[in-house]
Design a protein around this ligand. Structure first.
Ligand code: AMP
Length: 421
């Protein structure tokens, strides 16, 4: 128990941290390119925020939240996603006063009590975008472009982008009724979850994973046949902007989000080679959420990408960068008398900004050389008692094997010149 982490969590060990740093750098570069600024919100929030911000009828809220009472009797929840918290921070800090369109991004871990399997964890990481304040279809198109460019920059081809519109509180009630009419005489055959969705959230029946429910949904009416003029116009514009940007998409009338504050655009990016957990990114417009959270009615659109799934996809395609753990120098001390001088040299190398390390266990020359190799050091600096008598050290190029005796007082500058040239 004490030597195993909680189910559904993963340690990111030193040899894979480089992969995360790489992905995060691509995120930050692309967000800078598109003018999105980073926001970092707490890992836990008041439970109420998620009840309102995600919706009490969703699976996430009903079954997946990590909720606890703290010592002050407050109900808190580890964030299962980051949109609600971003909206909370936007309202709390009145970011709307600074600009009519706030373009934000985040990277962080999310927590859901999900059934762990490949690509599905209880702690996982998302990169997400929230564009708060924009109602123009160009903002929808921009964030979809950003999501696809992110994945393409990493080298992922074979991406499938699905697009839909889920209407708005004006046109959706008509559709809900049509959907309820369609499922009315099939109600007994639906799974228990869908039976309860029928009244509360009938659109969610369309994305149920149960085979029987899928079969029963064949022939169900499409939301896109019920859109009001405004939603239809918005949908058409998003599509034509994506076409202008050269982004391919499939229209998928089954792509739904059942809650009232989700409006208009819904999209998902899949990477088929991942199999069962192939959804790498999902997002859409949520024009009603900011008002739901206590702000003025403000349009907004966003998405989240699952970073573990992106890593799995990159691994499958052999696209992960090599672990670039290199260093400039490894200082090797031979004999007790050389320890202090070697340590001083180590400090001087670091003070000069060179990545340097040494062994503190007084091991043999051979063992220390092995460590220098392991540290991928470009140079070994060997300090023995004899060398110290001559105020020298041996500088060995680990790649070519060449070595020379260098005066201690010149060593740091010489090594710096070799490494930085
Ligand atoms: P969602 O916030 O549910 O719209 O999910 C957005 C993205 O996060 C999905 O497309 C997945 O890539 C990822 N994701 C969601 N849940 C999990 C999970 N339990 N484990 C790993 N990734 C997840």
């Amino acid at each position: 128990m004490l030597t195993t982490g909680p189910r559904g969590t993963k340690d990111i060990l030193p040899d894979t941290v480089g992969q995360w740093l790489y992905i995060e750098k691509v995120v930050r570069d692309i967000c800078a390119l598109y003018g999105y600024k980073e926001i970092r919100t707490p890992v836990f929030e008041h439970t109420e925020l998620f009840l309102r911000g995600i919706g009490e009828t969703t699976d996430v809220v009903e079954k997946e939240m990590y909720t606890f009472t703290d010592r002050g009797e407050r109900s808190l929840t580890l964030r299962p996603e980051n949109t609600a918290a971003t909206v909370r921070a936007y309202l709390e800090h009145k970011l709307y006063a600074e600009s009519s369109l706030n373009k934000l991004f985040y990277i962080g871990s999310m927590f859901r009590y999900d059934r762990p399997q490949a690509g599905r964890y209880r702690e996982f990481h998302q990169f997400g975008i929230e564009a708060l304040g924009g109602d123009n279809p160009a903002v929808d198109a921009e964030i979809i472009m950003l999501a696809t460019q992110f994945l393409k920059t990493l080298g992922l081809a074979e991406l499938e982008l699905s697009l839909n519109s889920v209407g708005c509180p004006k046109c959706r009630p008509v559709y809900r009724e049509k959907l309820q009419d369609f499922f009315r005489d099939k109600l007994d055959e639906l799974c228990p979850d869908c039976r309860s969705r029928y009244d509360r959230n009938p659109m969610r029946i369309l994305d149920c994973k149960n085979d029987k429910c899928k079969e029963l949904s064949v022939g169900a009416p499409n939301i896109t046949d019920c859109l009001c003029d405004e939603c239809q116009d918005h949908f058409t514009k998003v599509q034509s902007l994506l076409t202008v940007a050269g982004i391919k998409f499939n229209l998928d009338p089954r792509l739904v989000r059942g809650l009232d504050y989700y409006t208009k655009t819904a999209f998902e990016v899949k990477y088929a080679p991942l199999g069962a957990q192939s959804a790498v990114a999902g997002g859409g417009r949520y024009d009603g959420l900011i008002e739901e959270c206590g702000g003025n009615a403000t349009p907004a659109v966003g998405f989240a990408v699952g970073l573990e799934r992106v890593l799995l996809a990159l691994e499958k395609q052999g696209l992960l960068p090599e672990n670039e753990l290199t260093s400039d120098a490894f200082v090797i001390a031979l004999g007790d008398g050389a320890q202090a001088e070697a340590f001083k040299l180590l400090c001087n190398l670091r003070a000069k900004g060179l990545k340097a390390n040494m062994d503190f266990a007084g091991r043999s020359m051979k063992a220390q050389m092995k460590q220098a190799n392991k540290a991928a050091a470009q140079f070994a600096v060997i300090v023995g008692e004899d060398e110290i008598k001559d105020a020298c050290a041996v500088l060995k190029n680990m790649q070519t094997g060449e070595q020379e005796k260098v005066l201690l007082e010149e060593l740091v500058n010489k090594l710096y010149a070799e490494v930085k040239d």
